[in-house]
Design a protein around this ligand. Sequence first.
Ligand SMILES: [Zn+2]
Ligand SMILES: [Zn+2]
Length: 265
Amino acid sequence: MIRQNLHCHTDFDDGADSPEAMILAAEKAGLSSVGVSLHCPIPGEDDWCCPAENEPQFLETMHGLRAKYRGRIEVFCGLEYDTRAARRSVPPYDYIIGSCHFLGGHAVDNTPAEAEAVIAQFSSPDRAAEAYFAQLAALAAFDEIAVVGHFDLLTKYEERGPLYDPSSPAYRDAAFAAMETLNRAGKIFEINTGAISRGWRTTPYPSPELLRHLHSLGGRICICSDAHAADGIVCAFDAAEALARSCGFTEYQVFDGQGFVSAAF
Ligand SMILES: [Zn+2]
Ligand SMILES: [Zn+2]
């Protein structure tokens, strides 16, 4: 059983519930540790990111909750960095997840209509995918980033009608190249179930094809729910583990307070 989730959101950003509600849900679900990952402040993006002026209060809140729940569940304080934000050092956070949510001025994961607008800015879905994966690959140069967030986020709306063609050579080449670059830099790839709890997908991502490629590279994974509400704190973790196993993985990475270590399924 997976005993840790490092990726979730609260009412300090675009989540529905308080940090304490997320911690209590994690404890109830049987996790031994949980990390809350704040959407990094970005000027002009206060509707989904934490406003910069609220960040000190978030850190103070998490510090207090870590002490309050010591002995019951271990609490970590993480940051979900976006490629549009200013580069960060790790402290005062425990770890940083690196993600790309924007392409050409639009969010790739906000609504299907906005995802279509992203593609319209490029000459084809393949060109948009190449631009997305190039942005993601650039995170390899950020030593501070431990985990790559939702690597193939472009497929969030795939089940509502395909926007991209992950089987096209151009898409695959771009995705594989980014994966290889990030893996060489030692990044961990999360299996993310967040689109399931939000009703967009029935399966976790990355795709089996990408995960098999990662496994062939000797890459590392962790399992994250990216929950935006307490009831999704361990959404589809069984499916995520089954997906990982089916792609050859026998272990996943957990944060132990100092760094990432392997745990067997
Ligand atoms: Zn994200
Ligand atoms: Zn997230």
